[in-house]
Design a protein. Structure first.
Length: 193
């Protein structure tokens, strides 16, 4: 099944704009920009959406405005409206179990402590592709998880991520054009730094 809906997970509002937890939005914004797509408010889906028409198909990009922990509600509204099955959905989000600068793709598994993914599993069901953007490791180790993910990247980390942004966008293009298996084979290698 090819992807028809790409959801970037994050939190709305200026306070959250440059936090680690909003990294999914940063990558999806860059992806939309590359493809010349414009975001528009979609209150009926509690989201910002962008429509992407390509030959023979329409895809949707979505940034839920329901806050991270309730992301699934917004995605489920859109998926039901357009009759999009879970295996035609991809979620783009931060993952602190993956080193900063790396990306991994998976299609099954638990939420791994990520409340946005837990909400998707609850509201949409399993089977969606997960485009996991590394923000780890959590340092200092004793820092509260919430403080870490709602914290901002250091200047050095920001520089690295800006350099990697094209890589993330190309990886998302690969996932959408060739599917999860091909994207996993290419992107999940350890030597992608």
């Amino acid at each position: 099944m090819s992807i028809s809906l790409v959801a970037g997970l994050g939190n709305p509002g200026r306070d959250y704009a440059s936090t680690r937890h909003n990294f999914g939005w940063v990558v999806l914004d860059a992806f939309a920009k590359k493809h010349g797509l414009a975001w528009q408010a979609a209150p009926q889906f509690e989201a910002e959406i962008a429509r992407w028409d390509s030959p023979g198909r329409t895809r949707w990009l979505v940034k839920p405005l329901t806050f991270m922990n309730d992301s699934g509600r917004s995605v489920a509204l859109l998926a039901r409206y357009y009759k999009i099955a879970p295996d035609a959905i991809a979620a783009v989000y931060d993952d602190l179990t993956i080193d900063l600068g790396l990306v991994k793709i998976s299609v099954t598994g638990s939420a791994g402590g990520h409340n946005g993914v837990a909400s998707l599993l609850e509201q949409v069901g399993d089977g969606f592709a997960r485009y996991r953007l590394g923000i780890g490791p959590k340092l200092p180790a004793q820092m509260e998880l919430t403080d870490f993910v709602l914290g901002k990247f250091t200047p050095e980390q920001t520089t690295l991520l800006i350099q990697k942004l094209d890589h993330y966008v190309q990886g998302l293009d690969l996932l959408l054009s060739r599917g999860a298996d091909a994207a996993m084979n290419q992107l999940n290698r350890r030597d992608q730094k």
